[in-house]
Design a protein around this ligand. Structure first.
Ligand code: OAD
Length: 269
C-alpha cells in the first residue's frame, strides 16, 4: 500500500492496517505487566527497584553472565518467580495474535522471556525471541543440554544446577555479555519489509534491540503504544505516538478495526 497515514491517531492507523499485509511488532516487558509480571525499569514496581534482598552490586547484575559465573544464586533465587506457566496472556498478546489470524503478521520481535506470545496462540515461526526464553537450558561451558525437569527442581529450591562437566546450567535466556540468539540476527532484514511497525511496552534501553525501530524505512509508519515516550519514535513524519496502557491502546485499535468482539472472545477462553 502507499505508505501514508490519513492522520496521526489510532483511527488513521486502523484504516491503514486494513490495507496492510506485513505488520511487525517490537515489544518488551510493558506488554506483560497487566498479566502480573513486573517490568524492569518502572520506578517502584519494576524488577530492578525490588532486588535489594539479593544484595547485588547493581540490579542488572542478576542477568549478567560474568556475575552469574561468580555467584549464580541471585539468578536462581529470581528464576522461581520468572518461571513461565503461571501467567495468562494479556489483551495486547491476543491483539498481536489477531494479525496472525488475519494474515497480516510478518513478525513479533519480543524481548520478553515469559513466552506469553506462544500462550496467546501466535505460531512459533512468527516470533523472534530476541533475548531467548525458558524453552531450553544448557551448560554455559560445554553447552550440553540439561534435563528440563531437573532444572525445574533446582529452580524450585533456588539451588544452582551444574552440568556433569562442572559448568553452571542456565536457561536459554540471553544475559548481558552474551550474544543474542541467531534468530534475531537472521530476522533483521524483515524490518525493512514491514508496512507498519508497532512498538509496545519497551523502554528501548537495551541494545541491539533498541536500535530495531531505526532500521524501519523512513516512509514506513511507526506506532508507539507505551506509558512514556521512548527512543526516537515521534521524530519522523509517519510516526504516531499513543501514550497510556497497552491494553487500552490495542482495544481502541481493535474497535476501529472491527476486531474487538473476536478478540474479547479469545481472551475470555
Ligand atoms: P523496561 O522495564 O525497560 O521498559 C518497560 C516499558 O514499558 C517502560 O517504558 C514502561 O513505561 C512501559 N510500560 C510498563 N507497563 C506498561 C503498560 N501496561 N502499558 C504500556 N506501557 C507500559 O522493559 P524492556 O524494555 O522490555 O533484558 O527491557 C529490556 C530488557 O532489559 C529486558 O529484555 C531485559 C532487561 O534487562 C535482559 O535481561 C537481557
Amino acid at each position: 500500500p502507499p505508505r501514508k497515514l490519513a492522520g496521526r491517531n489510532l483511527a488513521a492507523i486502523a484504516e491503514y492496517i486494513k490495507k496492510c499485509e506485513k505488520v511487525v511488532f517490537m515489544v518488551g516487558a510493558g506488554i506483560s505487566t497487566a498479566a502480573g509480571i513486573p517490568d524492569f525499569r518502572s520506578p517502584e514496581t519494576g524488577l530492578y527497584s525490588n532486588l535489594a534482598r539479593l544484595e547485588l552490586p547493581r540490579p542488572e547484575a542478576v542477568f549478567d553472565i560474568c556475575y552469574f559465573r561468580e555467584d549464580p544464586r541471585p539468578f536462581y533465587a529470581l528464576a522461581q518467580e520468572l518461571w513461565p506457566g503461571k501467567y495468562k496472556p494479556t489483551l495486547t498478546h491476543i491483539f498481536m495474535r489477531m494479525f496472525s489470524t488475519h494474515s497480516k503478521l510478518l513478525r513479533v520481535f519480543t524481548q520478553n522471556i515469559d513466552t506469553l506470545e506462544l500462550a496467546a496462540g501466535i505460531p512459533r515461526e512468527q516470533i523472534v525471541f530476541a533475548h531467548g526464553s525458558f524453552a531450553g537450558q544448557h551448560c554455559i561451558e560445554c553447552k550440553k543440554e540439561y534435563d528440563r525437569v531437573e532444572l525445574e527442581d533446582h529452580v524450585r529450591k533456588a539451588e544452582p544446577a551444574f552440568c556433569e562437566c562442572g559448568g553452571l546450567v542456565k536457561p536459554d535466556i540471553t544475559f548481558f555479555g552474551e550474544a543474542l540468539p541467531a534468530e534475531f540476527h537472521e530476522s533483521l532484514d524483515l524490518v525493512e519489509e514491514a508496512d507498519l511497525v508497532v512498538v509496545m511496552g519497551s523502554s528501548l534501553s537495551v541494545y541491539p534491540f533498541a536500535a530495531l525501530p531505526q532500521r524501519v524505512l523512513d516512509d514506513t509508519p511507526r506506532l508507539l503504544i507505551n506509558m512514556e515516550k521512548v527512543g526516537e519514535i515521534g521524530s519522523r513524519r509517519e510516526d504516531v505516538v499513543w501514550l497510556g496502557e497497552c491494553d487500552d491502546g490495542v482495544r481502541e485499535l481493535a474497535e476501529n478495526l472491527g476486531w474487538w468482539e473476536e478478540m474479547e472472545a479469545i481472551w475470555k477462553e
